[in-house]
Each structure stands twice: as C-alpha cells, then as structure tokens.
Write a protein of this length. Structure first.
Length: 989
C-alpha cells in the first residue's frame, strides 16, 4: 500500500510540475516586454522588472526540470545503455530520478512477489546463519551479503551495494536478464531515490525471487569442463546425481550459456553446491520444517519443451533432445561423456589473449603465403589433425579484450609522456570483461584520464566508462608499448585473466611437477611470440626444444643450449645498460622512440639444468642494482623472488596454484604436449614458402569413389570433370547455372553460397528460428566432408554432441526434401552422414567451370566464375566460426585470384581493356592487395592511358609489400619501372 501511495503521489507531483507550473506562470507571471531599454534598470522599479526576473527564473527552473525528466526517461527506455549526465544538474536529476522510479514501481509492482508474514503458528522468526560471501556466475562482481534484519521470504537476497553497481547489472546477476531491474527498484522504494543507476555504496537492497547463485566453498566453486558428447542432463546426472537437476546447472551458468541445448567444447561450468543455493538468503529454522513462505518464489522460464511444474517445486524438464528423432548415429558410434573425441583439444587451460594473438599471427602468416604464391600453385596446408585445435582456438580467443588492453597500455604511456610524469612500475594486470586493474610495485597517485586510483595509490582501475576515452587519446598508436613483456599467467578465482610484466618480476620460478611446469613454459613461449608487442622484445629459449624458433622463423625468437655463452652475452648487455644509468622504471626509456630499440627487453625461458655457479650468475644478472631489461623464467629450483605453482595436471585438469609474493590463487595457463604439437604444426605450416600444384590449374581430376560426393553428382549432371569428357553444351549449362546463382535466381536444389556472405538458396523447408548461421556452417562442413561420422563432425566443429544433434536436426528441417520426397539430409542409418547428391555450393560450381584447369577454361567460364563472387569468401563468418574451413577459404581466394589474373591477361592480349579492368577488380574483392592482381590493374590502366590511376595503384602495391614485410616479385619490379620511369633500368650481365 505504501509503495502504491508513493507512486501515485510521485505521478501527481510530476504532472503538477510539468503541466501545472507552465499554466500557473502563463496565468500570473509577468508578460514578456515587447520593447526593452537599458533605462529601465536605472529608474525606480514599480515591481514590473522584479516580477519579470522572477518569471524568467521560474521558466528556467521548469526547463531544467523538463530536461532532467527527459534524460531519466531516456535512461530507462534504453535500459541504462544511454546515460545523460548534465553539468550542474546532478541535484535536479537525482530528485527527478526518485520520482520516476516511484512511478515505474507502480508498473513493476504486480510482477514482484509480495513478502508475506509467516503463519501465526510459527513461534520464532527465521534467522539466517553466518555464511561466506556469495559468488555468482559473474564472479568478478561484488558479493551478496546478509542484512542485519533480513526479510522473512527465504527467496529474497540482501545485496550490499559495492562500487560500480547499478540496478541493470544486479538484475542480470540475480535474475539472468537486466530488464528485470524494476523488481529490485520496486522492492526498495525507501532506498532507491537516486535513480536506477545511482546507488550509494553500502546500501542494503532486497532482491526478491533471485535465481540460485553458487557459493565459493573452500576457496573456489567446483567446475566441470564440457567435453565432446556432453549435455546438461548428462552432466547433471554425472556431477549432481540426477539428470532432472539440469536446470540448476543452467541457472548457475547463465553468464556463459545462452541455450541449454548448445554447449561448446571447453566451456567451464560452475557446479551448484549440494547444500542448496549459495546466495546469502534467510533459511527457516530446523525446528520448523513444515513452515513455508506465504508466497512461493517465482520460477525461472522453463527450457523449450519443458512441462510446467507445480508452483512450489522447481521445473524438471526432460533432457535436451533434437527437434526430431533421427537415426544419424548408430548405437556403437554414439559418444558418451566418458568417451571424449581424441582429436578434440578443449584448450581448457589456454586463455583468450593467447588464442587471439596466435590466430592473428597465423592469419598474417597466411596472408604472406598467399601474397607470394605463384599462379597455379597452392599453399601447403597444416595437418588435418590440427583442425579441431584451430576451431577451439577460435572459440577461445578474445580479440576485443586484447585490443582494449593494448589501447589502455598505450594510453598510459601517452598520458605519462604528455604530462611529463614517470611511468608507473607495473607488476600485474587483472583483466575482466568490463574492468582492467593495473597493480603497481609502488604508489603512483597521478593516473591518466579514464583511470581511477584505488588502494594505497598502487592500483589503477579502468572500467567501461573510462575505456570510452581510449580511442580519443592523441597519437597513442604511434607509441611503443612500455611493457612488452606482459604475458598471461592464468585465471584467478573470479575468472579474471592475470598477466604479469616479466621485466618487473625479473626472476620467476615455476615450481611443482616438471611436466606441468614445462606446459606453463610452453604457453608463455607461444604467447610472447605472437602477442601484439612481440616485435618490441626478444625471446630466448634455453633448452633443447628448438621447434618453436624453427617453425616461427622470426629474428626475435631464438633457441640455445649454451648456458655460459648466453650468460656472457646478457652480462655484457647489462654492463652497457648500467653504465648509461637506467631509469627506475625501465619502460620510461621506451617512451622516447630514439631510445626504444637499445632498451628493448629480453625474456629468457629456461628449461635446462643449471650449475650452482650459473644460477648465481643468473640471479646477479637480474637482481643487482640498477636493474636491466632482462627477465628470466626458470623451471627448477633457483630461489627466485617470484614463484608460481604450475599445478598438478595428472588428471587432465589443472589445480589452483599460488603466485607469490602477490598472494594470488590462480589456475596457470598451460599448453599440454598434444596442444603444443598442434600449435607448432600450425606455425610451421603457415611459415612454409613451398607450394604444391593447384587442382584448379591444368589438372585432370578423376571421379571419387562412393560414398557419393556432391561435386561428383554435379560433374555427372554437367558432363564430368575433365575437358576431354565435357562437351560444349555441358559448359554452356554450367555457365547458365553459375549466372543464375550470381543473380540470386531460383535454383532447383539447395545451394550453399560461400563466395561472399554465406547464404542458402533453394531450400524447401522452414528456416530455423535460431542458430541459422551454425546450420549453414554444418551444411558447408558436410559438403566438404561427405560420408563422415557424427564423432568426426563433432570433433572438427569443436561442439558437444547435444549441440551437434540439435543443429543437424534444424538443418534437416531447413533443407527439406526434393520433388520425390527424398530428404536433402537423410538419416544416417549406416553411421555415415551425407547430404543428398543434389545439394551443392557455388564453390562446387567453380570447380566444375574450371575442371580442366583455369588456364584451359574458356573466357565465358572464367567470367562466370567471377560473376559468382559476391565479396570475400565467408565474408560474414564470425570469430570462432568456420575455423575448420581455413584450408577451404585459402583455396577459394587462391582459385579466384588465379581466374582474375588469367582472364585479365587474356583480355589485355585481345585489347579488351574493359574486361581486363573488370576481371582484376572483381578478383581483388576476394584477394585484396594481391600483387599479381594489382600488377594486372596497373598494366590495364597504363594501357588505357590513365596516369593518375596508374600512380595510385603503384603506390598501393608498394605500400602493401611494406605492410606485409615481403619483397616484390622481380617481374613486378620490372613492370613498375616500365610504367613509372618509362624503361627498365640497366643491369650488368
């Protein structure tokens, strides 16, 4: 009743202020003068001027009120995504926000369960017992605590407001969705007078009907890692003892799960405690087991297909199942949670920054391979066994987080440079999705714009609002990174990524089992080699494993087993640096671009036995004052000032270790032996300069054996693969089909388009309401891998079996059936999954058009290939998707590029400048900046007499080579000399 009265009163007050005040001013306020003279201020006032000033002030106050109301309504309407803070209007906005919240509480009140009193039979009020702080799915946030006088309803949580809290994030934590913030606002009308986003630290807010949150028992909550074949119901039966408890598992992991049917291999799920929900909520006394709350807790939405349960119990839906029963996987082939796919590497101990840096490095190396590839050749692809690894890396990577961290560190450097402040002594970085915390070795009270100083001035914090300033920092991209030895050590109990500046730590010892320590050392080596700042430091591996330097082929990474020789070199460098009086913070030198190179740090990773004398020399090298730009990480006993436990990985999962003397408990980042082998194979394959013959270039291809291949079906339909068996009419039919696809015309059977944004044409079924892009990826995989098993598919796509079954069922419904009623994705009763032979793709059309070789195909066929191109291959594939198709993507790019070069060359020979220009420009959409295509464009524009365009393309080609760090082909150099200088420079024989 009180809430209703407050809401009605607030509504009436707002109406009076917004509507009544202007009516009152119009009625009794002074009229605005039609003329004005300064003499009025010098004459005795009869009250007219005073009344006019009062009226003007009243109108100004009313305008401020209107603007404040509109600002608060915009904040509420956008769910707190748009927040307008007007200078000098904090007071009026706070008052208006309280009125708005009170009015909105009227609408939210029916959805909030009433907190009733206990039955009269209850002789004592329930009192809560002390409990540890709660850790929710978003464990990085503040903890829920118990009020001194808790509410009676056992479903109500009392949350103590911490710095950075707002109602939207609290609703996300306790209800799983931010739009339920009104439930919290309605339950706390006496507290929430500052608006939905202005909460005072220390407030205790009642959160009625909160979802269960897992409590950290004995330090950290128990977790389980999703493996191939896992489902929520299977995990609930395995870990909780009852498959009907899968909704509890889903509720406890809403931060990482959007759909109970879709589990990604490698996902870490938090297990709910057996003792009940882990939030600090009041519980009835043991002596009153029969007393129930007057109003039961509202139930969370049930999963799809789950039957409703009684109001007093949790729903118990059936385990997730495919949308339609299928027989694609026979009983002997069905994987179980205990039978993981051997090829799937979950990378459970690998962080998102390592994965993002590694994939970015591999992509850059592939671009260099493609740039240097001759026409008619194909780059060497990695071993197929690495496909699951690359797919898992794609799902693990966090490229946006890596870029934000890089921008933050550059912003610190720019702020210190511009304000002439000393660079802070960074030791550790704690990285959360919405917060970056820099822990310093010494207090630094002056932080750059966007950062907040916390603790004893030894912690700088950057949150989401502060991150908005990073892009506006002038010239920060031109600065070198001040801490290039920053590397991931692991994840802490709050799932934050913990990074350390090895240069600041100087000497780090990896303790515990040698095998586990080597796995941590391998992860350090890979991340340091592929981080965005890898070019700004030097890495030396002291040990017998030279595979990474050999595969990488970078001048900044080397390997040695000569301990004394390495120490001699490092001691000579240290002596020179000490003579030049290094700064207290070594990164200060790197703010000066003229001094950055000699003060570049060097990290030594030691996996080699050391003698006592060598150990003493090593400690003296990094420990003596003044400090130098050398950091060492050692496996073994060296009595280092910093120590990290590598954990025990005997069971496949790492245990929590401690980083001393920081006192941080974390799960170390590590690469197992199999994962390291896979990473090294990827690195080596992307660094090879050798190429193989391309199947699309003057190669005769024989029809494959059954099971039926979709390309084989198309080949039979259009006359076969080779030029000898294909007639002129068949080529015309193939060209006609390709033209229809290019025009998005109607096709007779489902056709997947991958030469641009991925689309599906010709399907006769109903598109799925969700996971449509995943279904397209599954269709692409089946087209490229016909006749494979369900286990092969789950392994290659790096998904759990339940997710695979659901998406295959959706794809089957989407594809539909042909005119004869035959499904385009038949049930796999033989255990082998294959699409209907009529299902095809535009890539397979390209293969048909170039079956006898690009150099032997007709001009119309090559033109048809380029007409199929709608952009870069797989243009709209999101990060983490289609990683199994990297070989396919590079083949698509390579084939289209060769078609463009060949057709442009033929057109120039025939004098058709327009066709040559079109062919090269069209192919550049698939291979931007390609040297041979740009050379074809230069020849074309030079032939057409277009000097300005020729010059522009010449500069573009030279700049492209510089960015990739490759030399131009000698033929290209000759071409540029001809078109720019008019002749080839003389060369001595």
């Amino acid at each position: 009743m009180t809430r209703w009265l407050r809401g009605v009163g607030a509504l009436l007050l707002l109406l009076a202020l917004l509507g009544g005040v202007p009516l009152l001013l119009l009625a009794v306020g002074a009229r605005w003068p039609t003329t004005w003279s300064p003499r009025v201020l010098l004459q005795p006032d009869d009250g007219t001027v005073l009344l006019a000033l009062i009226t003007a002030a009243a109108w100004s106050a009313w305008a401020v009120l209107v603007v404040s109301v509109l600002a608060e309504l915009l904040t509420v309407a956008t769910r707190a995504r748009v927040r307008i803070r007007l200078p000098g209007l904090a007071g009026p906005q706070r008052l208006v926000a309280g009125l708005v919240v009170a009015v909105l509480a009227l609408a939210a009140a029916p959805a909030v369960p009433h907190v009733g009193l206990p039955p009269p039979a209850a002789e004592a009020q329930p009192r809560p017992a002390p409990a540890p702080p709660a850790v929710g799915p978003r464990a990085a946030g503040p903890t829920a605590t118990r009020a001194a006088d808790p509410p009676v309803d056992p479903s109500t949580v009392v949350h103590e407001v911490q710095r950075g809290d707002d109602l939207w994030t609290l609703a996300e934590r306790y209800y799983g969705q931010g739009r339920d913030w009104r439930r919290i606002a309605a339950a706390n009308p006496d507290r929430l007078t500052g608006g939905p986003d202005r909460l005072e630290v220390g407030w205790r807010l009642q959160v009625p009907g909160a979802l269960p949150v897992v409590t950290a028992a004995a330090g950290t909550p128990e977790t389980v890692t999703v493996r191939a074949g896992d489902t929520l119901s299977a995990l609930a039966e395995q870990e909780l003892g009852d498959d009907r408890r899968w909704p509890e598992l889903f509720d406890a992991n809403r931060a990482v799960l959007d759909d109970p049917d879709e589990l990604d291999v490698g996902t870490r799920l938090v297990l709910p405690l057996e003792g009940g929900p882990g939030v600090t909520r009041p519980e009835p006394e043991p002596e009153e087991p029969a007393v129930a709350p007057a109003h039961p807790r509202p139930l969370p939405p049930a999963a799809d297909g789950a039957p409703p349960a009684a109001p007093t119990t949790r729903p118990a839906p059936a385990p997730p199942t495919p949308e339609a029963p299928t027989a694609e996987t026979p009983t002997p082939e069905t994987p179980t949670p205990e039978t993981a796919v051997e090829a799937a590497l979950p990378l459970a101990a690998v962080g998102g920054l390592l994965a993002a840096g590694l994939l970015a490095g591999l992509a850059a190396r592939r671009r260099r391979q493609l740039a240097a590839r001759p026409v008619g050749r194909r780059i060497v692809h990695p071993d197929p066994a690495t496909v699951p690894l690359e797919a898992a890396l794609g799902r693990t990577q966090r490229p946006l987080t890596l870029r934000t961290l890089d921008q933050a560190l550059r912003a610190v450097a720019a702020g210190c440079r511009d304000r002439r402040l000393p660079l802070p002594a960074l030791q550790l970085v704690l990285l959360a999705p919405d917060r970056i915390e820099l822990r310093l070795a010494a207090p630094a009270p002056h932080a750059p714009v966007g950062f907040e100083v916390a603790g004893a001035a030894d912690v700088w914090v950057l949150d989401r609002p502060g991150a908005d300033h990073l892009a506006a920092v002038p010239a920060s991209d031109e600065l070198l990174r001040p801490w290039p030895t920053l590397v991931t050590l692991g994840r802490d109990a709050e799932n934050r990524t913990v990074l350390a500046d090895l240069e600041s730590l100087r000497l780090l010892q990896l303790v515990d089992q040698p095998a586990a320590a080597r796995a941590v050392l391998a992860a350090l080596a890979v991340e340091l080699s592929f981080s965005p700042w890898a070019e700004e430091m030097r890495l030396t591996l002291l040990g017998r494993d030279a595979r990474l330097p050999d595969a990488l082929g970078a001048h900044t990474v080397e390997q040695t087993v000569d301990v004394d020789g390495l120490l001699d070199r490092l001691e000579r460098r240290a002596a020179v640096q000490r003579r030049h009086q290094p700064q207290a913070v070594l990164g200060q030198h790197r703010l000066d671009p003229d001094l950055a190179e000699p003060w570049a740090p060097e990290v030594v990773l030691v996996d080699h036995p050391l003698t006592a004398a060598q150990t003493d020399r090593l400690r003296s090298l990094v420990g003596d004052q003044p400090h130098v730009t050398t950091a060492v990480v050692v496996v073994g006993d060296v009595d280092a000032p910093w120590r990290l436990g590598a954990g025990d990985r005997a069971g496949g999962a790492a245990t929590t270790s401690r980083l001393e003397p920081a006192g941080l408990d974390l799960v170390p980042q590590a690469l197992s032996g199999a994962e390291t082998d896979g990473v090294l194979e990827l690195v080596a394959a992307t660094g090879r300069t050798s190429t193989g013959p391309a199947p699309w270039w003057n190669v005769e291809v024989a029809e494959p054996e059954p099971p039926p291949d979709n390309v084989t079906y198309l080949g039979r339909r259009f006359g076969g693969w080779s030029a000898e068996t294909r007639g002129e009419g068949d080529e015309v039919a193939a060209i006609r089909t390709a033209t229809a696809l290019a025009a998005d015309a109607r096709v007779d059977h489902p056709t997947l388009l991958v030469l641009g944004p991925v689309e599906l044409l010709g399907a006769t079924g109903t598109p799925p309401p969700r996971a449509a892009r995943q279904c397209l990826e599954y269709c692409g995989w089946l087209l490229e891998h016909p006749g494979r098993t369900a286990r092969d598919m789950a392994s290659a796509l790096a998904v759990a079996e339940g997710t695979r079954r659901s998406n295959v069922s959706r794809l089957r419904s989407w594809l539909g059936a042909d005119a004869a009623g035959e499904p385009y994705l038949p049930d796999a009763y033989t255990g082998r999954i294959a699409l209907h032979p009529a299902v095809s793709s535009d890539w397979q059309q390209v293969q048909i058009l170039t079956a006898g070789g690009v150099d032997r195909a007709g001009d119309e066929a090559l033109r048809a290939v380029l007409q199929l191109l709608r952009g870069a291959p797989l243009a709209d594939a999101a990060p983490g998707q289609w990683h199994w198709a990297e070989e396919l993507r590079t083949d698509l790019i390579s084939c289209v590029r060769d078609v463009g070069v060949e057709l442009a060359g033929r057109a120039l020979e025939a004098g058709d400048v327009g066709l040559a220009r079109w062919a090269a420009a069209r192919a550049l959409a698939a291979a931007p900046g390609d040297e041979l295509l740009l050379a074809a464009r230069i020849r074309t524009e030079h032939r057409a007499g277009n000097g300005a365009e020729t010059e522009r393309l010449t500069l573009q080609l030279a700049g492209q080579a510089r960015r990739l760090g490759v030399d131009l082909d000698p033929a290209t150099v000759t071409l540029l000399q001809e078109v720019v200088e008019g002749q080839v420079r003389a060369r001595m024989a």
